[in-house]
Write a protein that binds this ligand. Structure first.
Ligand code: HEM
Length: 221
């Protein structure tokens, strides 16, 4: 028996989709700044890139606050348990219709590979992108407020770090889009991030969330 359970709460879905849009927009304007194509024109691309960057920073502050106050940050604590099983699943099992090694629950909605990937995104790639982006914006500009003490001499290294982070984000995005389709059905993961609900295996104990979000019963397919 499966039940429809609220996996992604309202703010989480808002944060996810706004962040997805902003990252794609930042990539779009960023690669125009980089000189890959010309669409808005360099000056407009820089202006819109800066606006989107401030929105991304604002959203990130709210998201950090939400994760800390709800305790949802614990979802990202990495674990080695079942990591090998998931590596084998994504490399081989998935092509033979093997079942997912573990079942999703409200208290543990990310598998060990997702935990590692999202943690890496949050503690390595995002900071890399944001810090290099802020250095780009404010390094010695205007000079009297500049972060002279860093004394990096030129913005070249900053530009390289920022561009590498952008490529890493795009790689993540491509893999992420593929993995979205590998849920219980082709669209179950996408649907869950849109409606919040996903049909998951009935559990003896779903934790406190189950009480606040009464599950709707559905027949197992
Ligand atoms: C808060 C986050 C970010 C900030 C503050 C930021 C800021 C900046 C700034 C100030 C520039 C230089 C503009 C100029 O030349 O005047 C830049 C360039 C660029 N940004 Fe961002 N950015 C951020 C996020 C991103 C993201 C998420 C991506 C892509 C996914 C991205 C991709 C790029 C690219 C490709 C360039 C051109 C780099 C070059 O050719 O040197 N940025 N960014």
């Amino acid at each position: 028996m499966k039940r429809e359970v609220l996996i992604y709460k309202g703010f989480e879905r808002f944060w996810h989709w706004t962040q997805a849009f902003l990252i794609m927009f930042l990539a779009f304007t960023g690669f125009e700044i980089h000189g890959v194509y010309s669409f808005l024109g360099y000056r407009e691309a820089v202006r819109w890139h800066n606006i989107a960057a401030y929105m991304f920073l604002g959203l990130t502050v709210f998201a950090i606050f939400w994760h800390l106050t709800t305790g949802e940050w614990k979802q990202y604590l990495p674990t080695l348990k079942n990591l090998k099983a998931y590596l084998e699943f994504y490399l081989f099992g998935i092509f033979k219709n093997a079942p997912h090694p573990t079942k999703k629950t409200v208290l543990s909605k990310l598998n060990p590979l997702q935990k590692l990937t999202y943690l890496g995104l949050k503690v390595v790639i995002f900071p890399m992108s944001v810090l290099s982006g802020l250095l780009f914006m404010f390094y010695r500009y205007p000079t009297r407020h500049g972060v002279d003490w860093i004394n990096i001499g030129s913005l070249e290294i900053v530009a390289i770090v920022h561009t590498v982070a952008a490529f890493l984000l795009i790689t993540f995005l491509i893999v992420h889009l593929y993995l979205i389709t590998t849920g219980h059905t082709l669209f179950s993961n996408l649907r869950a991030m849109i409606t919040g609900y996903e049909a998951i295996e009935d559990e003896e104990k779903q934790g406190s969330d189950a009480g606040t979000n009464p599950p709707k019963e559905v027949q197992d397919a």
